[in-house]
Design a protein around this ligand. Structure first.
Ligand code: FAD
Length: 385
């Protein structure tokens, strides 16, 4: 077994580290003070990262990417997420866009890889989040068109992007088996971003969307009719893995900061590093981070081998997000009052990691999916087959 990252990935991580230290780190004080950096800076930073080769990491070379896999995506995002602004490598189409038909490819998939267009992902609604089969937004066929009505809630970056990947019910009688995916360009009549929803996180707030008689041609259906979840399902694991890798960078940065502070800060004439209470918090954090990193990287490695990693991706995101919550909490504690102050990156990380136990599937749903893999039909109250 070889636990070293391959050379090409190590080189990419070194580029990401330089970029973080030289371009992101100087923005940290402003980010913490304002809760974000001015929006136009993000696309500019992404363009700079692209110049350095940080772009479209897992997109096949034939489609304009680096042709690396999930291990590279995780390693780079671990490095970048040592800064709290949630900076993502650009040119990465949502995996569901690999299902674009030839007539959709240039405008949606290729345009994202080129950095010309960006997408948001719209599942969640006022009436449902975890229970995706209960979606109430409908798309009804009318001749060669679909008419979409409904509302979506908590859709990240919807007011900034050029198009939406929308999940709508095309056959309400079939529940989750009657959901389809549509590509909706921003500005399409009948589609409106109603408001942004202030949250406890920094970086950005999600949006509420309304569809009121929004008409799109048949050509905007992505993948097969009524197969929306099947289309998305096998692809969601990559998103979960990427989120898990954020937690590694966050936890590593917080531990590094807390270790330095424990060595510097004295009470009763001794560095707090000499107190067992502080040592145990740091030791537990280091152990848990190591365990999470092994799980996340093994899953990414298996994904690149072509294995089915759905359950491992659930385990990775579940364990890494809960690890990061404990680690950020302990590290904040090591800093005492300074950890709670607005200019401490740890308080920003602490609030950010809370999101990831909810977004992209809650911790409870992750546990359910892992248990279902263990227990089979009995997990849903049915006799074993
Ligand atoms: C900042 C932010 C950004 C987001 N971005 C997006 C986005 O871009 N696109 C998008 O579509 N959505 C987005 N979401 C929504 C997010 O994915 C949902 O909030 C999440 O899936 C949970 O859904 P819910 O909030 O409706 O909770 P619910 O489904 O109502 O769940 C409430 C609670 O009940 C638990 N629960 C529910 N069912 C079960 C069960 N069967 N067994 C045990 N426990 C259960 C849940 O785990 C949770 O603790 C975002 C949310 C936030 C906060």
């Amino acid at each position: 077994m070889d636990f070293d990252l391959p050379d090409d990935i190590q080189r990419l991580v070194a580029v990401a580290r330089d970029f973080r230290e030289q371009r992101l780190a100087p923005l940290e004080a402003e980010f913490l003070r304002e809760g974000n950096v001015p929006w136009p800076l993000r696309p500019r930073l992404q363009a700079e990262a692209r110049e350095l080769g940080l772009w479209a990491i897992d997109v096949p070379r034939a489609h304009g990417g680096l042709g690396l896999g999930q291990l590279a995506v995780c390693a780079v995002h671990e490095e970048l997420n040592k800064h709290p602004m949630m900076f993502e490598v650009g040119g990465a189409p949502e995996p569901v866009l690999y299902h674009c038909a030839p007539h959709q490819w240039e405008r949606y998939f290729a345009a994202v890889v080129a950095g010309e267009r960006h997408s948001a992902y719209a599942f969640t609604e006022p009436g449902t989040g975890s229970d995706l089969g209960a979606i109430e937004t409908t798309a009804v066929r009318d001749g060669e068109e679909w008419v979409i009505d409904g509302r979506k809630l908590f859709i990240g970056l919807a007011e900034r992007v050029e198009f939406l990947i929308l999940f709508a019910s095309t056959d309400p009688s079939r529940g989750g088996r009657g959901v389809s995916v549509f590509l909706i360009d921003s500005g399409t009549p009948g589609y409106e971003v109603v408001r942004t929803i202030p949250t406890m996180g920094d970086a950005w707030d999600p949006c509420e969307l309304r569809f009121d008689g929004c008409r799109v041609p048949d050509t905007q259906l992505l993948g097969e009719l009524n197969e929306g979840f099947a289309t998305a399902d096998d692809q969601l694991s990559h998103g979960r893995l990427k989120i898990a890798s954020y937690q590694l960078g966050i936890a590593q940065r917080c531990i590094d900061l807390a270790v330095a502070w424990a060595q510097e800060r004295t009470t009763w004439g001794q560095p707090i590093a000499s107190r067992q209470a502080i040592q145990f918090m740091l030791a537990d954090s280091a152990v848990e981070l190591d365990a999470a990193r092994l799980l996340v990287y093994r899953t990414a490695w298996r994904a690149d081998r072509g294995d089915d990693v759905r359950t491992d991706a659930f385990k990775s995101k579940l364990f890494a997000t809960e690890m990061a919550q404990r680690v950020t909490d302990r590290c904040l504690q090591v800093f005492g009052g300074r950890g709670y102050a607005r200019d401490s990156p740890i308080q920003s990380f602490f609030r950010q990691v809370r999101l990831w136990r909810i977004g992209h599937g809650t911790a409870e749903i992750h546990r359910w999916m892992i248990a279902r893999d263990l227990l089979g039909p009995a997990a849903n109250g049915r006799p074993p087959q």
